[in-house]
Design a protein around this ligand. Structure first.
Ligand SMILES: N[C@@H](CCC(=O)N[C@@H](CS)C(=O)NCC(=O)O)C(=O)O
Length: 146
């Protein structure tokens, strides 16, 4: 589908712009704008796009298949991402001299524990979304290969 990507956040700034805050009051990316329709929260965006453009491919019609896929999306948001965020802030956003090495190591231990859960799941099924690539893989991919 054709789309127009506008880079903001990080080195691009502009998260505080009143114009952007009207779109996403959380001062965060991503944010999808489709005409008058505005949507934030990355996994909500993935669900919406998958349902709209990837029905039966990315967005399972079978409720149990969909729930199993969405389970991993929620797991990323509630378990994995908070630690990845902490690591990103601790390393990338903190100058080397000010880094809390102990906290970074503790965060890495937490991430390793979670990655073990993810790894184990992939011994039972080929993708996080089940037997084919889907929404859960889109949610986990950027966490594993940032
Ligand atoms: N739960 C939100 C988290 C969004 C989030 O943490 N976005 C980060 C980038 S991954 C952000 O906007 N950070 C501010 C910045 O980069 O300046 C989502 O999944 O959309």
């Amino acid at each position: 589908m054709p789309y127009n990507q506008i880079d903001i956040g990080g080195k691009f700034g502009k998260l505080d712009d009143p114009q952007y805050l009207k779109l996403n009051p959380n001062k965060q990316i991503p944010c999808l704008q489709e005409g008058d329709f505005i949507l934030w929260e990355s996994n909500a965006i993935v669900r919406y796009l998958a349902a709209k453009f990837g029905e039966n491919v990315l967005y399972p019609q079978n409720l149990q298949e969909r729930a199993n896929t969405e389970k991993w999306m929620d797991w990323v948001g509630s378990h994995l991402f908070p630690h990845i965020r902490q690591l990103m802030i601790g390393i990338i956003r903190t100058p080397e001299a000010e880094r809390d090495q102990k906290q970074i190591e503790q965060t890495l231990i937490e991430i390793e524990k979670l990655m073990e859960i993810a790894d184990n799941a992939l011994t039972e099924q080929e993708y996080f979304s089940g037997d084919k690539f889907g929404m859960a893989d889109i949610a986990l991919g950027p966490m594993i290969y940032p």
